[in-house]
Design a protein around this ligand. Structure first.
Ligand code: ADP
Length: 402
């Protein structure tokens, strides 16, 4: 009949009395309990958490394996009480933990309990844990049992702590940087104003000297005065350049949607005279629309195109091409020329302020242009570099994030 029976036999004078009792249901229940216990044991072994089961009425606590692996404590099954758990809680956290636990057990408004606290390991150090429990109540709503799990979150806490320290350091550095930037700007401003005044004096008195004593001065004297005035003029230009460099990154205008094509066209118009003089051919590819600041973008193209028009190879028609292509994250622009080119060893140096590769008699300039371009592009989160073959031409590439 596919059933379980419990059979009892009683001898009597006339024979034997035999009782058969159907115990199929009882056996099934026992089997289910065994399976369920086994499942619970396996789960508590498998997880990294310390699983616990607290019988509140008898104050007995069952601990999973995790309690030993996480904290190193030996716990005998069903021999521990809640005191053995609570005595390892960090003294500073204990009151708070117990208060929150009893709040859940006694108020009956929720069955869920969750708390973060420090828990003593067997080696004397404290682990950060998050403990979550679920209260089980009897028909009257009294909490009779609670099951839960402790998770070791020490790594997370330490990571959070190190992130916090890192953030604080970064904030401090950013603040220091802002202060030193402001100081530098102030310095450049004061220097440019205060230095210009004595410079003007030098130039104007030299010119007066020249005018007043014209007849007494020989040609050598005139030449010396000319050199001195020229030096003062160059110094003025350097001061103005420095001021301009220090101002890069301070946006006085607003973010705009800008057709790069228009910016390039504007630069080309501004350079019309030199383009005609040099009979330069300028080809402009498809250029994107960007949301950015107008004047720095204009400065970038102005400097790169001016250089392409300045450093041309004599006796060769000049070709300049401006293109852009799109990567996943950036726009990559290029300004290419067929000019004099740059020796590979100077390809980094030219982006440093006041670094030039030529005498001013050969090609005019102060060596500020590319430094400004680089500072603008760095500020915008892009990169600039040059690829060049001496005698054949240069290609300046720069990227801007989309
Ligand atoms: P400047 O033109 O005033 O010297 P820049 O910072 O614009 O200053 O350029 C720095 C140096 O880089 C120049 O002196 C020149 O030697 C070199 N350079 C820049 N652009 C080009 C170019 N298109 N072709 C060749 N050399 C260039």
């Amino acid at each position: 009949v596919n059933k379980w029976f419990e059979v009892s036999a009683y001898p009597s004078e006339s024979g034997l009395t035999v009782y058969f009792r159907d115990v199929t249901e009882r056996n099934k229940t026992q089997e289910a309990i065994l399976q369920s216990n086994d499942r619970f044991k396996k789960v508590s072994e498998a997880t990294n958490d310390a699983i616990w089961d607290w019988d509140i009425i008898s104050d007995t606590l069952f601990w999973g394996e995790g309690f030993k692996t996480l904290f190193g404590h030996e716990m005998k099954e069903n021999q521990s009480s809640s005191f053995l758990w609570s005595k390892n809680i960090h003294p500073d956290d204990l009151d708070d933990v117990l208060a929150s636990l009893f709040d859940v057990l006694e108020t009956n408004s929720t069955n869920k309990w969750e708390k973060e606290y420090r828990y003593l390991r067997s080696n004397g150090t404290y682990a950060f844990v998050i403990d979550r429990g679920m209260a089980i109540r009897d028909a009257e709503g009294k909490a009779t049992r609670m099951v839960g799990a402790m998770t070791d979150i020490t790594h997370r806490k330490e990571y959070e702590e190190s992130l916090k320290i890192l953030n604080e350091n970064l904030e401090k550095q950013a603040k220091d940087l802002a202060i030193s930037n402001a100081e530098l700007e102030q310095f450049a401003y004061v220097a440019s104003h205060d230095l210009q005044e004595p410079l003007r004096m030098v130039t104007s008195f030299l010119t007066r000297l020249e005018n007043k004593y014209d007849a007494q001065l020989d040609e050598k004297a005139h030449q010396y005065i000319h050199f001195a005035v020229d030096g003062a003029k160059r110094m003025r230009q350097i001061i103005l350049d420095l001021l301009q460099f220090s101002r890069v990154g301070r946006h006085e205008d607003d973010l705009e949607v800008i057709e790069v094509q228009e910016i390039v066209a504007e630069v080309v118009t501004l350079q019309k005279k030199i383009i005609e003089e040099k009979q330069a051919n300028i080809s402009i590819g498809d250029l994107p629309t960007l949301q950015t600041f107008r004047s720095p973008l204009l400065q970038i193209f102005h400097n790169l195109i001016s250089n392409a028009l300045k450093y041309t190879q004599e006796g060769r028609p000049s070709f300049i091409s401006i293109t852009c292509y799109s990567t996943n994250t950036h726009w990559q622009f290029s300004v290419e020329d067929n000019g004099i080119g740059i020796e590979p060893e100077y390809c980094d140096q030219i982006f440093i302020i006041f670094q030039r590769l030529h005498q001013k008699e050969e090609y005019g300039g102060t060596g500020i242009g590319l430094a400004i371009v680089k500072k603008i592009i760095d500020n915008m989160g892009g990169k600039i570099w040059v690829e060049s073959v001496p005698g054949e031409g240069s290609a300046f590439y720069f990227t801007l994030p989309k």
